[in-house]
Design a binder for this molecule. Structure first.
Ligand code: SF4
Length: 65
């Protein structure tokens, strides 16, 4: 995706460390201290956007460009 790709952020204060996002999109998310974090410079693909909707506590935000 280009520079107009959505930005994806994890609210680590809300994340409960379920690992769903990391398991579904390990190239994009990683666990750090028991909570998810977005890997640096990783462009989101459709899988990532779908995973954002799957977070059980809605900790993943998709910010449209
Ligand atoms: S799916 Fe949500 S709660 Fe689970 S690790 Fe990812 S951000 Fe955290």
């Amino acid at each position: 995706m280009d520079h107009r790709s959505p930005r994806v952020e994890v609210d680590r204060g809300v994340c409960i460390g379920s690992g769903i996002c990391v398991g579904s999109a390990p190239a994009f998310f990683r666990l750090d201290g028991g909570r998810a974090r977005v890997r640096d410079d990783a462009p989101p693909d459709q899988t990532v956007l779908d995973v954002a909707d799957s977070c059980p506590v809605e900790a993943i935000s998709v910010l449209e460009p």
